[in-house]
Design a binder for this molecule. Sequence first.
Ligand code: RTP
Ligand code: MG
Length: 158
Amino acid sequence: MYYDDELDFFISFAKKISTMTNRTFTMIKPDAVENGHIGAILEKINSAGFKIIAMKLTELSLEKAQNFYKEHRERPFFNELVTFMSRGAIVAAILEKHNAVEDFRELIGSTNPSEANEGSIRKLFATSMGENAVHGSDSNENAMIEGAFHFSNEEILS
Ligand code: RTP
Ligand code: MG
């Protein structure tokens, strides 16, 4: 009995760690949606080995965009960023893969598309530093926070 409890504890602990380190959150930003790149970007995501475990076509209100990017509120580009992010449809998704956060940042490339690696999503689809086609979480902790910002537990496949 005691052993079962301990085993259950370790299994749930291992699952939690695995969830934390194997998930990231992404948005296909309004520029890429407007330019008709949803399909091509999802294709790149699938080809790179990410499994989509939650996804929706949605919009951010100005208030929601301000909240999502609140860590940048003191930055000079904040107003431009939140106006851009709330101007049209986005695709929000939670992705699963070993080492998801780091591998996805590699797949999307540098913030500034002119510095992004050849073949990266931003190199292929971004139009400028501000309008750079996709978002990718920058840490495991932010991946969890950002995923929960857009999806309830019932909307996430396990
Ligand atoms: P993201 O959060 O969207 O994945 O982008 P990131 O980590 O590569 O870059 P971050 O520093 O977090 O900046 C967030 C977004 O703000 C816009 N930005 N504009 N005009 C500018 O100088 C400037 N700098 C950043 C971009 O849309 C960037 O992705
Ligand atoms: Mg960022």
